[in-house]
Structures are given as C-alpha cells and as structure tokens.
Ligand binder design. Sequence first.
Ligand code: ASP
Length: 309
Amino acid sequence: MIVVASGNGSAGIGPALDILRAGGSALDAVEAATRVIERAPDDHTVGVGGYPNILGEVELDASLMEGTTRRAGAVAALRGYAHPVSVARAILEHLPQHVLLVGDGAARFAAERGFEPEELLTEPAAEAWRRKVAGLPPVEGEGGGKVPIGTQATLAQDPAHVAGTVNFIARDGQGRIASAVSTSGWAFKYPGRVGDSPLVGAGNYCDDRWGACACTGLGEWAIRAGVARSIVLGMEFGLTLSAACVRAMNDLRTLPLPEGARPVMNLIALDARGAHAGYALDAERDFYRSYCWQTADLDEVQTAPCIPV
Ligand code: ASP
C-alpha cells in the first residue's frame, strides 16, 4: 500500500493511508487526500483560496481515475463548489456513460447530487487578483476600456509563477491503483480555460496493469503531448518507469512554445510493482521540485527530490 503525491500534497497522505490501512480502496484514498488540499485556503493553486480567472471568478478543474476498470470522472471550469474531485467521483459513479462535465453543466450536476455551493474566492486571492488587474488596461465594455478580455488575460498570466496543481496516486491492499488531480489552473486565465488536470490522458492516467502518472505544469503542453497516457503506454511497451518518464519529458522539448512561455512540467508516476518517482523538466526553478510518498509500514511522509530531466 502506498500513496504518492506532488510536493504540495503531503497533508493528504495521512488520511489516504488511513483509508488504505482500514481496507479501503485506492479510489477512496485519492479522493480523500485531494479533498484535504482543496479545502486548504493557503494553497492558491487548488480549491478554496485558488487564484481566480481574469474576471475574478474561481474556476476549478479535477479528475480521478480508477486503474482497475479505467473508469474516470472529471469536471472543468466548475464554479462555486469546493471539492471538484468529489463532483468528478460522482460523475464516475452516477453518470457512468459520461467522463467530463464542464462549466454550468458541471455545477448543475453538483447541485443535483446535493453538493453545497460556497464562495471559493478568499480575501488574499481576491487581493492578488485586484493587484494584478489594477495594473492592466480595462477590458472592453468596462469603464470605456478597449482591450479584449483575451489580451488582458494574456497580459495578466504569469504561469511560471502563479500556477500549480495537486496530484495523488495510491495503490491499495488489493493492488488496485487510482489517481486524482485537482487545480484552479493558471491564475488570471481566460474564463473557461481548461488545463490538463481534468483531461484523462493529458494530466492524469491510471491502469492497474502498468501504473499511473499525474502532472503539474503547463497544462497546454501536457494536453498537446498526451503526457500521462504516453508514460503509462511507455511502461506497457516495456520501458521502465524512469525511461518512460524521461522519454515523455524529452518529447515535450520538441513542442514549440508561445513566445515568453516557460517550459514547466512536473510529474509523479507509480508502476504496477510499486516503484515511484517524480520528474521535473524545468530543473532551474523551485517549482514542486520534490514529491512525497508514504507506504503503510512507515510512520511519516517521505519527501524525495524530483529527478531533473
Ligand atoms: N497543470 C495546471 C493547468 O494547466 C496548472 C499547474 O499545474 O501549474 O491548469
């Protein structure tokens, strides 16, 4: 039994292991772990306290995947609910012919399933947003502004400094693997922008037979290269976990980037035998350059450096 997480996920590992030790499933464990971080207001990259989009609205993306069946649930651009991972779980359980709900449809489904709506924008996150937009020209239609919202969002974004995501992968006592990813995405993003976190195959992928991978970083990059799926497929094709991760990272280097964008990609991976690792593409920056993990026989969460590629 093991739980592996991105560097900001250590507080979720204990509750997840408690579930595994009590005989619970990997899927329950990753959901519970993710909820801990979604509830933490000081993590401005996930859930409550997440930085908002350019209009000051918090929009959340999340997914979770069960490696035994490869069932998955996901939500994107969800507003007003603190636990997108649990809404994603509800989609997996209760809308089995669906994988992903977005925006108003996702919120409607959350309400239908009895989730309580709440305010996600905390005062520190609102203040960061106000400081950011105060320095920008007003958008079209507001105070006579002429700048389209897309231009403003582009000016506001600083993905290399104000982004983040939480990742969890767990393997339970029956050898079942599950993975979960949750994020508020790029701070000050264009409304409706969806990153890799809720996209199965891009930011999250899990298959009991081979292993699992979850990503943080420039979501658009992970989407274009199908990073999480490519790593699990690499292991299926006989690569070691390490070779599969390095191959995927090097593949990212072949993608042209928009001017000014920084190549940021971090991931955690676990193979079917329980080997795990974290990898970081942009090794020069201190951005989740460690990951954490704990097995059921250990008393404390372990932190390990991500391997730079
Ligand atoms: N991958 C996330 C996204 O693109 C953000 C991050 O992990 O920094 O939404």
